[in-house]
Design a protein around this ligand. Structure first.
Ligand code: ATP
Length: 251
């Protein structure tokens, strides 16, 4: 397994937001975490990516325990995330934003520190092709010179994914990537996820749009009131009585 989330508990004062959640993500799969508002999905993402420390439990990534590491350390392991609220650099061009993602892969050697900027320059030069490939993949190649703030909301969401891809994820966690997208943009997003899957990038999605979830997921984990109530293929989960009850309030 690439990611193992093991018996995670999270208390905020008297609120038990997560009550012993466990699930695993195999390499190369798309796994969606779904659940009604307030179920604990974003808290789970925050714990996996080091933004919050769990009250108890362990997160293992590619064989290493990452629980409690700082977010940038976890990112260096190849565990990369996006946020529910879009986070781009408004005054930078699309290409510049993607280059910032690439910095996650830059490990200056002692030699570089001693001898100046040559290694940095080589890194930036070599990155040009990679940036072009990434922008092509997310469909923003024609906008590479635009400022991020000039993009539509849907395009900014794609740019956020492009920045994540530039960090060379082994696992990409996307927090409600299709929220605020119209039907056409959501369908473009689903196509992108399938394309990334073909590139062997493992993806975990928190998502409310069921068309997207059902269309792209290999596995679905359903969270309700901080507990996992079901997991399985889209077909199995959509017929699960506990899931129907949690979502529709009836059996
Ligand atoms: P949504 O789908 O609306 O984004 P979610 O499933 O992501 O919801 P969380 O945001 O993880 O849910 O919240 C889970 C529970 O934990 C909620 O009851 C929320 O109010 C509570 N919670 C989250 N963060 C905090 C915090 N920092 N302090 C106190 N309570 C919190």
């Amino acid at each position: 397994m690439l990611l193992d989330v093991d018996n995670i508990f999270m208390n905020f004062g008297g609120i038990a937001a997560l009550k012993g959640i466990s699930f695993s993500v195999p390499e190369g799969q798309v796994v969606s975490v779904i659940g009604p508002n307030g179920a604990g999905k974003t808290t789970l993402f925050n714990i996996v990516t080091g933004f919050q420390k769990p009250t108890a439990g362990q997160v293992r990534f590619a064989g290493s325990v990452v629980t409690g590491l700082l977010p940038h350390r976890i990112a260096k392991h190849g565990l990369i995330r996006t946020f529910q609220k879009t986070e781009v650099f408004p005054a930078l061009t699309v290409m510049e934003c993607v280059r910032i993602g690439l910095l996650n892969n830059f490990q200056p050697s002692l030699f570089s520190v001693l001898t100046g900027k040559a290694e940095v320059a080589a890194f930036v030069k070599n990155s040009v092709l990679e940036v072009a490939d990434i922008l092509e993949m997310v469909g923003l190649h024609s906008k590479s010179e635009y400022l991020a703030q000039e993009l539509s909301y849907g395009e900014q969401r794609l740019l956020e994914i492009a920045v994540g891809l530039a960090a060379r994820p082994r696992l990409l966690l996307l927090d409600e990537p299709s929220s605020g997208l119209n039907a056409e943009e959501s369908s473009r997003f689903s196509t992108l996820v399938r394309r990334l899957q073909k590139q062997k990038i493992t993806i975990v999605l928190v998502e409310h749009n069921m068309n997207v979830v059902m269309g792209v997921s290999d596995q679905i984990v359903v969270v309700h009131h901080g507990e996992k109530i079901a997991e399985g293929t889209p077909e199995a989960v959509s017929q699960n009585r506990d899931v129907i009850k949690a979502y529709l309030g009836r059996e």
